[in-house]
Write a protein that binds this ligand. Structure first.
Ligand code: ATP
Length: 240
């Protein structure tokens, strides 16, 4: 089966500096790929470029295809309409609106058999948000914000989600909760590119892992292969 998201020869420069160079990346239907690596490895640069974000005025070369359609020239909002949704580190929520109001905006008719999640489906995925439905965005904890950010994206009927460090700043128990919910999205046929510094937790929920170093993919494999890879184990999993 052909991949849902195909990235080819992606190069991203800030000023004259080459921050990212990825030859090929394919994300299958219903697949979750973990993008891991240290600080400054290029993880955010990758998902931002795939989403067409222009923050930091990067110069981007290469092609991005979604469902066989070349979307490389489309601005971010048009990629959103095509079903490619970036959830940056929990920031795209409205602090002055309640959880329920934050989730109110959906997409009416995305076409192509796509269906937005209903608010109730999002509450089923994240019961904590249901409990907090009357609270303002600004009153939420870090974990609740991450859940709400993902919930808002699900209201727009994504085909692929790009999640930038959904577990950042969360207590270990919440990390597992949030990442387990991400894993549950697979059952709905959603594809996810999951940026994570928390390799140990990520490896438990993803299908494949890409390790980025200095803007390049230096290792790639299934979660099982990567778990047993000494390079990953030494660098990220601690002494086992
Ligand atoms: P972190 O986990 O620390 O966010 P990361 O893996 O997401 O790291 P990026 O933020 O993608 O890494 O950064 C990759 C490289 O690009 C780094 O060398 C960084 O300094 C550089 N970079 C990122 N954004 C910009 C920008 N707006 N202007 C200039 N350089 C940038």
């Amino acid at each position: 089966m052909s991949a849902l998201l195909e990235v080819r020869d992606l190069k991203v420069r800030y000023g004259g500096n080459l921050a990212l160079s990825v030859g090929a990346l394919s994300l299958g239907h219903g697949e979750i790929i973990g993008v891991v690596g240290g600080n400054g490895a290029g993880k955010s640069t990758l998902v931002n470029a795939v989403a067409g974000w222009s923050r930091g005025a990067p110069r981007v070369e290469g092609s991005v295809q979604l469902g066989g359609r070349d979307i490389s020239a489309l601005p971010t909002h048009r990629r959103v309409r095509e079903g490619l949704l970036l959830v940056p580190e929990g920031k795209l929520i409205f602090g002055t609106m309640t959880v329920e109001e934050n989730l109110a905006e959906g997409i009416d008719d995305p076409g192509e058999g796509r269906k937005p999640y209903s608010v109730e489906e999002i509450y089923a995925l994240f019961p904590r948000l249901a409990e907090r439905r009357g609270h303002l965005g600004s009153q939420l904890s870090g974990g609740e914000r991450q859940m709400l950010g993902i919930g808002r994206a699900l209201r727009l009927a994504p085909r692929a989600l790009l999640l930038d460090e959904p577990s950042i700043g969360l207590a270990p128990k919440l990390v597992r909760t949030v990442l387990q919910s991400v894993s549950d999205l697979r059952a709905h046929g959603l594809s996810v590119l999951l940026v994570e510094q928390n390799v140990k937790a990520a490896i438990e929920v993803v299908d494949r892992v890409l390790l980025l170093e200095r803007g390049q993919v230096v290792l790639e494999g299934t979660a099982a292969e990567m778990r047993n890879n000494p390079r990953i184990a030494e660098a990220y999993l601690g002494a086992q």
